[in-house]
Design a protein around this ligand. Structure first.
Ligand code: GSH
Length: 225
């Protein structure tokens, strides 16, 4: 593995929604990222050196401490590369969008992808048999909460014309749900504002960054410089 270049390095795995969120945010800014792909079942030691939490995404930038937490990485990006802005200029609307961005992470994204994770990596011993179905039903119920919220602005995005990091946060669910869980599509189609919003998010050219995959970094690999 090469010494670090000036291009920010993101520790990621391709199907992680939170890493996907960061990849889309960088793409929205037109910035490059060096992707270091991990496998969740075989995390390289370097990841734990960067953050004892051992989760992705983690951003490495020359001359700065590593940054973890997808929303915090996106805030660093907004601070260091303000154009094009990914938050509304109005402080009140910005606060509102930030609150919904957190809610989308904690409720829609977390339930959907935890359901997928249990399907892919197995259930915990005390999980009910239908844990994935329960988590996915919870996700759809939470999406219904967004119907009146989306109606507050005249689309296509959460804040109307302004595309924000709250929209970026919803892109992984919007993009994966039809392909990975077609049986949930009917329930989402019954939510007109959410389904129109999801379609607009899938149409965003930067949605392609959700599929971006870096060179794999294996557990046994030595610590890069
Ligand atoms: N709140 C964190 C969540 C990070 C997170 O849960 N990352 C997952 C991937 S989506 C992970 O690394 N999971 C590994 C594991 O839990 O074993 C963020 O937004 O960055």
């Amino acid at each position: 593995m090469s010494a670090m270049s000036d291009t920010p390095r993101l520790w990621t795995f391709s199907t992680s929604p939170f890493a996907g969120k960061v990849r889309v945010a960088f793409a929205e800014k037109g910035l490059e990222l060096e992707l270091h792909e991990i496998h969740p079942a075989s995390r390289p030691a370097r990841l734990r050196e960067l953050t004892p939490i051992g989760r992705v995404p983690v951003l490495e930038v020359p001359g700065a401490p590593p940054i973890f937490e997808s929303s915090v990485i996106c805030e660093w990006l907004e601070d260091t590369h303000p154009e094009p802005p990914l938050w509304p200029a109005d402080p009140g609307l910005r606060g509102w969008a930030r609150a919904w961005a957190k809610w989308i992470d904690d409720h829609a994204t977390a339930n959907y992808f935890l359901g997928m994770r249990k399907l892919a990596f197995g259930k915990a011993p005390d999980d009910p048999e239908d844990i994935t179905e329960q988590l996915h039903a919870k996700c759809v119920k939470r999406l219904a909460t967004l119907e009146p919220v989306l109606a507050q602005h005249d689309g296509p995005y959460l804040c109307g014309d302004a595309f924000t990091l709250a929209d970026v946060g919803a892109m992984p669910v919007a993009a994966r749900l039809p392909a990975w869980t077609p049986h949930l599509v009917e329930a989402v189609d019954a939510l007109p504002a959410v389904s129109a919003w999801f379609a607009a998010l899938r149409d965003r050219p930067t949605a392609a960054a959700l599929d971006a995959k870096g060179d794999p970094v294996h557990r046994a690999e030595p610590t890069p410089a």
